[in-house]
Structures are given as C-alpha cells and as structure tokens.
Ligand binder design. Structure first.
Ligand SMILES: Cc1ncc(COP(=O)(O)O)c(C=O)c1O
Length: 454
C-alpha cells in the first residue's frame, strides 16, 4: 500500500486541480488533507487548519458529521439509486421542504451542481416563454446577468457569468447573454448615497431591457449578494426595485442562491433579507453541506403550468440528469437542513457574523484595507494599494496575506481569476457552527497576514 506522502506526490503527477497553475506545485504541492472535523482540516503531516472558507463556501454544518454518514449508509442500503423519472420519499420530502423555505407554490427539479441547476433554469425560461401563451413569447431569448457574478462552468452558466478571467480564450459565449453592473457601493460615484447608487444600478437593468427590446428579454439572473466575484452586498432598495422592473416587463427573475442559501448570510435564504421573491431559485452547495453533490431548480407554478400540455406534443421539459434527485443525496440534504434548523445555525450565522464583523471593522485602520463587507458569515475584505484612489492591491501582496494567514493556521480565499485587475478581495465563509474562539482565531490570523505586508 502507498504511504500518505507517496499518495500526495502521485497526486501532483496525476490530479488536474481547478483554477491552479500547476507549475507552482513544483515549489509547493497542493494541500493534501486526510481528515475534516468541525471547522478543522488535518493534512498528511498532522498539521491542523481552520477552514474559514468551508470548502468552497459549502460545508455549512462543518466536517465529520456521523449523523449524515449514517443517513447516507441507510439510504444506500435501502435504495442506492433511482431513475429520476420515478419518485421516492427523500426527493419528495426535499422538494416540499425547499418550496416551504421559499414560500412558493411550485415544483423542484433536482440536479447535481450549481452549474446544472442554472443550466436547467435557463432552458426552463426559454421553453416557458415559447409556451406561456404570450403572443410572440418565443422572441424572449435574452438572459441578463451581472458583471462579477459566477453562475457556473457549463455552456449557458459560464455565458451568464460576468467574470472575464473565467471566460477569456474559451469559445463558449452563448449569444443570448447580456451583462450589466451590480451594485458596488464601495466604488460608487462619490456624489451618490448607497441608496441612490442602488437605484442607479437598478435603472441600468431597466434601461438594458428597454434597449434590448423588452419583448426579447427572457430573464434576469442574480445572486442576492455576489459571493465569488468579491462579496458585493446590495443596498436595501436594489432587490425590491429589480423585482418591480422584472414584473413591469414580463422578465422572469432567477435568484442564484448557490452560495447565499442555507444560513450562509444569517437568514435561511439570502433573499429572505428582502421582501422580493424569485420566479426561480437555484441552489446547491449548502443544501447538503457538500456531503453529497445535489442541486435544485425551484420554480413557481406560473412557470411549471406552462409545461402542462398534450402527451403527444413536446411541451414537457425535455431535460434529464442521470443523478438528478439522487436518493442518497436527497436524504443527506434533508437531514442537513434538519441539522441547520435543529442546531439554530442560521441564528449562529447572524450572531457570529455580527461578532466577527465587529472585529474585522477594526482592521479598516490598516493602510491596505479598503472595505470590509459582510452579511451573516459571508465576508469580503477588499485590499487596496491606496485608500484615496482605491487602486487594487498588487496580487502578489494579496497572495502574501493569504499565505501568512495560512501559516497562522487559517484557510481563506480571494476572488481569484475573476475580474481583470480587481482580484483583490479576501473572501471568507466559515462553517455556520463557528464559535467565538474560532472567530477570534480567524480574525487574528488575518490580522497577522495583513501585518506581513506593511
Ligand atoms: C453563485 C454560484 N452559482 C453557481 C455556481 C456553480 O456551482 P457548481 O460549482 O456546483 O457547478 C457557483 C460555484 O461556486 C456559485 O458560486
């Protein structure tokens, strides 16, 4: 049998890691992890790290939950797989649970990743408009999304993504996608208040719909708060204004809750911070805390009903995922949501988010901390070279902060390979179980990282 060190070396030779320049691994191989427990990861040398990004914003209930392993075991024994053309209890119960969380009469389509959930949403939107009964509804093909947002790596989802560095050089821009600015209060026009800025960017949506020809616009997709693109929190008037504009022009509104869902922002769902509801919600990641791959596209019945037709025609949704509504994934997701509710993790996210934010706010004294942004346990710390001009910090220095934070035992991320010249935001999303002492440990490690660049 191979020893652990050999396995990690073979890993460098055979595993192709995402968003990584492999030539860097000649100097330092990627982290090789042997165990996860709570918020902690242990590498092959026994060194422990506090994972303050919870995997990729997903391990909401923390690592090492035996209860979830047990649920998976029981489900595998009982019914390991079922074609999603059939029905089983975990999928039905999970669908009901999701609809109740969104407070929606509708239906849920399951897939395995956030990208697939968004891809399904786009196809539903296109087909819906052909079948909705609206005269010339078939013209509605354009999907508007926002710069800085990430919506996934599949053909349509990457086209909706507004991050140039994830797209440059790939011949994969579907023609129907248009991009507009998201709210970015930190870099707003200095004469505008945050609310005026929120109003201005909402008007950009309306203007784009009008300029494109409202009758050609199918949907607007947005994360309630942009996560991987640099943690951008909208002013409170933005999302209600967006809902109104979408209603005014018959444009469907999709909330991508892949990151912001399941307690991450101090509410069960990110959009619960505002009164506006989506027509479609997509979710993944925290739905099963990463214990199983599962994602959902939740649609209201206005949309679903347009797919009811004659059995002999093509009005049904002609789309399938072999592993959609996977029984093991659905059972684990259900129990994961139960744990989030039972242990009050949404409340802890709000409480610890507030506590950590107070500590982080003190870092604004640092010459390179331009702004700290947060909602619950979703944090972004924007690093700048100059606070007056807001010029982004040199990427080598951003990496140095992350490296020294890691040397101090805490893993954080950045908005890497997203916006040319603006990959300068440290990002954090600790497990929702985070304690005060873990919160302190995270803040202290980042402080040490920041001190290293003065
Ligand atoms: C907001 C958002 N949407 C969609 C996705 C795509 O999810 P997946 O990587 O599961 O395909 C991600 C992934 O990070 C995301 O952050």
């Amino acid at each position: 049998m191979m020893q652990m060190t050999e396995i990690s070396q073979v890993g460098v030779d055979s595993l192709w890691h995402p968003i990584a320049q492999h030539s860097n691994f000649k100097k330092a191989p990627p982290m090789h992890i042997v165990k996860g427990e709570g918020a902690m990861l242990t590498d092959q040398h026994g060194k422990q790290y506090l994972d303050a990004i919870a995997g990729i914003w997903c391990v909401n209930v923390g690592y090492g939950r035996e209860e979830l392993a047990q649920v998976a075991y029981e489900q595998m024994k009982n019914l390991a797989y079922l074609s999603p053309t059939m029905s089983h209890e975990p999928a039905v119960r999970l669908a009901e649970k999701l609809l109740s969380l969104v407070d929606m009469n509708g239906h849920v389509y399951f897939s395995c990743s956030g990208s697939e959930a968004n891809e399904a949403a786009f196809k539903m939107v296109w087909q819906y408009h052909q079948q909705s009964g609206e005269p010339n509804g078939y013209l509605r093909k354009k999907i508007i999304s926002r710069y800085r947002a990430y919506h996934g790596n599949t053909m349509a989802a990457i086209s909706a993504t507004g991050q140039a560095e994830r797209k440059i050089g790939f011949a994969m821009q579907a023609p129907q996608f248009r991009h507009i600015n998201p709210p970015y209060p930190y870099r707003r026009h200095p004469k505008l208040t945050p609310e005026e800025h929120g109003e201005q960017v909402a008007q950009e949506l309306e203007q784009t719909i009008i300029y494109e020809g409202a009758e050609t616009v199918a949907a607007f997709i947005m994360e309630p708060m942009i996560s991987g693109g640099g943690v951008l929190i909208p002013p409170d008037n933005y999302i209600p204004a967006v809902r109104e504009i979408c209603d005014k022009y018959g444009v469907l509104l999709i909330f991508d809750e892949v990151v912001s869902g399941f307690g991450r922002t101090g509410k069960m769902l990110g959009h619960h911070h505002w009164s506006a509801k989506p027509d479609i919600m997509t979710c993944a990641k925290g739905i099963a805390s990463g214990y199983q791959p599962i994602a959902a596209t939740v649609v209201n019945d206005k949309i679903f009903n347009a797919f009811m037709g004659d059995p002999s025609d093509l009005t049904h949704f002609r789309h399938i995922n072999t592993y959609g509504a996977h029984p093991v994934s659905a059972a684990v997701a259900l129990r994961n949501i139960e744990i989030i509710e039972r242990e009050g993790l949404v409340g802890n996210s709000a409480k610890m988010g507030g506590y950590m934010r107070e500590q982080f706010d003190q870092l604004v004294e640092h010459p390179n901390v331009g702004e700290v942004r947060s909602k619950g346990l979703l944090f972004g710390i924007e690093l700048v070279a100059n606070k007056e001009t807001k010029e982004a910090l040199d990427p080598a220095l951003v990496n140095k902060v992350i490296g020294v934070t890691k040397e101090n035992g805490v893993l954080i991320g950045k908005n890497g390979n997203t916006i040319p010249g603006l990959c300068n935001v440290l990002v954090l999303s600790p497990t929702l179980t985070v304690t005060q002492s873990e919160g302190d440990q995270i803040v202290e490690a980042i402080e040490a990282g920041l001190k290293a660049i003065i």
